[in-house]
Design a protein around this ligand. Structure first.
Ligand code: HPA
Length: 272
């Protein structure tokens, strides 16, 4: 059962906890470099943690980092699991359950995303205000264990207004331009057709990507406060201006913008 599996992972990891960690981070594309500025207390390869998803061949074998970021205790997931790798939504979001069990109350996630909003460009930093879930799977599907959360979680306050405001304020002080938007999550791994990008724009999506939503649903189910930030890697709208996108381009654009994102996250950490 899920609850027991989470407990087993928690018990195993508790030997590595030297602090009280209230902040968790999912270092997706864009925040990976943040791992390098964490003063590491311990790092545990995912493969060592009971019940964690087993890495597929192509995916990075990640690790869970316990440490201090500018003096603030954090647990960071360096590397995440994606639906397109073959994991179910429940499996790929299991680490979020474990973070919660370890005491994490606030979760910061980052990702790379395409922009389906004409006024959001490649290289922009966009704080996610809301999402539209077009994943074919839901991490809460199946029997609900009330010890983990309620059957029908409300999603109105999923993306914490308080944390979004903190970001806005910090961005102003740092002179970093940020935008806000609605993230649409699809399963991938292929990118979208022009007609699909147009569809995403029409339904109110500003960003499109292949991660984050299952993790955020679990965070919400676990009553965590969520901050999710996208780094825009490619502009997908209007469709007349579309060019082919390669993974190398995505990584290059995101790496260039990641400094801004890392500065932003570091500057709000103490106030979170
Ligand atoms: N589509 C889906 N996921 C993405 C994209 C995109 O255009 N860019 C980065 N992640």
């Amino acid at each position: 059962m899920l609850f027991e599996q989470v407990e087993e992972a928690r018990k195993y990891l508790s030997q590595y906890c030297k602090n009280e960690y209230k902040i968790g981070m999912v270092l997706g594309t864009g925040l990976g470099a943040l791992a390098e500025v964490i003063e590491v207390e311990s790092s545990v390869p995912y493969a060592q943690i009971p019940n964690f998803p087993v890495s597929t061949v192509e995916s990075h074998a990640g690790e869970l980092i316990f440490g201090l970021l500018d003096g603030v205790p954090v647990i960071a997931m360096s590397g995440r699991f994606h639906y397109y790798e073959g994991y179910s939504a429940k499996e790929l979001s299991f680490p979020i359950r474990v973070l919660k069990a370890l005491g994490v109350e606030k979760l910061i996630l980052s990702n790379a995303a395409g922009s389906t909003n004409e006024s959001i460009d490649a290289g922009d930093i966009v704080v996610i205000r809301d999402h539209i879930n077009l994943h074919p799977d839901n991490p809460l599907r199946g029997m609900n264990d009330e010890r983990l959360g309620i059957r029908f979680p409300d999603m109105l306050h999923t993306y914490s207004k308080r944390l979004r405001m903190l970001c806005k304020k910090a961005a102003g002080e740092l002179d970093i331009k940020i935008k806000e938007g609605v993230y649409v999550g699809l399963q991938g791994p292929n990118l979208e057709t022009p007609a699909e990008y147009k569809f995403i724009n029409i339904i109110g999506g500003d960003l499109v990507g292949m991660s984050t939503i299952p993790e955020v649903i679990v965070a919400r189910h676990s009553e965590m406060e969520v901050l999710a930030i996208s780094v825009v890697s490619n502009k997908c709208f209007p469709i007349e201006s579309l060019t082919e996108t390669t993974l190398d381009e995505v990584i290059e654009v995101v790496n260039k913008a990641s400094d801004k994102l890392i500065k932003l996250v570091r500057s709000i950490l103490a106030d979170i």
